[in-house]
Design a protein. Structure first.
Length: 452
């Protein structure tokens, strides 16, 4: 405790770090205040049906990502997810379209151009999602819309036009806040905004689950659930950080190479090199069917889609979700890990893998190892992602079940670890002790292979 207090004092001794932390808190406060500002022309007292709709299923998950803004019909109701979707699309087309590949190789100027395209694509996605949100709002809570109850005061056209414009502007503003946190704060702006929305739901989820267990099984079951949650979070921390390096001998066993070296050498490869990105990619894809279905709420096909993909406990939802996670894990690992570059770096620094020729053979060896260790990592990631469905089946409250795995807890753990790493790097750079006395917080980057 004494070391922790001293570390906090050291943090506030560093003017630049102190300013960045205060800026981050200020921007996050603005976001949380905006999440409670209701759209003009909507009566917040009549939104009970919308809150019931978002108490579970995919819409409940979307409401969690937006920090409750979706169920409160806030100006930030669409949250940051349109920007996430746009970023995913840009990363996908970067692989297939030569123009985007060229931009990616142009350095800073290319990155700025890609960011600009991502912002415009975000606006287009918002323009498609905002009408769907209004249609769903009119379907679930028509009494909350003044243009429906009193069209002589506010015409339907006025409500539609102003609401769509405000929802688009709200997402753009949230995107701007994320960029400001990245530039003026402690980094990871978009991720921090998602995380703060998830954490905002935790107190109410705990209270709901406590009341639920008091009525049905007593406080002992609630305490057991807390212990189980702590165990899940511990496992997820290991999964998110992954193995920073694997022994060369183990890697050779994986690919069937029997020429073991006598020196204990390690390769900087992770079992889960993709982190939480496959979860975010897959979850963004899973939102698409329900978003389209909300445009046609009376259609039988839309009802079928909402029943299948709007239910977190349905077999086909979880099967599709897990399958997408495995596919995206391979996809993102291929982007994040470049065997040719690693082989060149090792050769340039006089590093080598015993029994493997430098250059092309080393790149092929690393690629083979990554192909084999990615599968168990992706399966573990998929299992963690669908854990909330099993928690719901075990009669855990829907809101609290989201914290037993899934997208929400993975994002939360990953962002917290990255934020702590950012703070630790500032402390160590100024010759202060880090946040952990016994060891450094593991980052997501690793040095080239080194002999031990």
């Amino acid at each position: 405790m004494k070391n922790l207090i001293q570390t906090i004092r050291n943090i506030f001794k560093i003017e630049d770090l102190r300013t960045r932390i205060l800026n981050t808190l200020f921007f996050l406060l603005i976001y949380r205040l905006g999440a409670h500002i209701v759209l003009p022309g909507v009566d917040p007292q009549q939104l009970a049906a919308l809150r019931n709709q978002t108490s579970g299923g995919v819409l409940g998950l979307l409401d969690m990502f937006s920090g409750g803004a979706f169920s409160h019909s806030s100006i930030f109701a669409l949250g940051i997810m349109p920007y996430i979707s746009a970023s995913i699309i840009i990363q996908l087309v970067t692989i297939a379209v030569p123009y985007f590949q060229k931009l990616q190789k142009e350095g800073e100027s290319g990155r700025k151009r890609l960011n600009q395209i991502t912002r415009w694509l975000t606006v287009l996605i918002c323009a498609g999602q905002a009408p769907g949100y209004i249609v769903n709002l009119r379907s679930q809570a028509p009494a909350a819309i003044i243009s429906v109850t009193n069209p002589e005061i506010v015409s339907p056209f006025q409500f539609w036009f102003t609401s769509i414009m405000i929802l688009i502007a709200g997402t753009i503003f949230v995107m701007w806040l994320g960029e400001r946190i990245t530039d003026k704060g402690i980094g990871n702006g978009i991720s921090l905004i998602i995380m703060i929305g998830i954490i905002a739901r935790l107190p109410s989820a705990l209270v709901d689950e406590f009341n639920n267990r008091i009525n049905k099984g007593g406080p002992v079951l609630f305490l057991l659930e807390i212990v189980a949650l702590a165990a899940v979070i511990g496992g997820i921390i290991l999964l998110v950080q992954g193995t920073r390096r694997i022994p060369v001998n183990f890697a050779k066993k994986i690919v069937g190479n029997k020429q073991y070296g006598g020196v204990r050498q390690y390769i900087p490869l992770k079992v889960n090199a993709a982190g939480v990105m496959p979860i975010i990619f897959a979850q963004a894809i899973m939102f698409i069917p329900t978003t389209i279905a909300n445009f046609f709420p009376e259609s039988s096909a839309s009802q079928g889609i909402l029943t299948t993909f709007g239910n977190l406990t349905s077999f086909w939802y979880n099967f599709t979700f897990a399958f997408l996670i495995i596919i995206f894990t391979y996809f993102y690992t291929a982007i994040a890990v470049n065997p040719n570059q690693m082989a060149e770096d090792m050769k340039r620094n006089n590093g080598f893998i015993p029994g493997v020729k430098p250059g092309k053979s080393t790149a092929e060896f690393i690629d083979d190892v990554m192909s084999r260790i990615t599968l168990p990592g992706s399966v573990c990631l998929a299992i963690v992602a669908i854990l909330p469905a099993f928690a719901i089946k075990a009669n855990v409250n829907n809101n609290f079940a989201h914290f037993y795995g899934g997208t929400s807890i993975l994002i939360m753990v990953g962002v917290i670890l990255d934020t702590l790493q950012q703070i630790e790097s500032h402390l160590l750079m100024r010759h202060y002790d880090g946040l952990m006395k016994s060891g450094k917080i593991k980052g997501r980057s690793s040095p080239v292979a080194t002999a031990v």
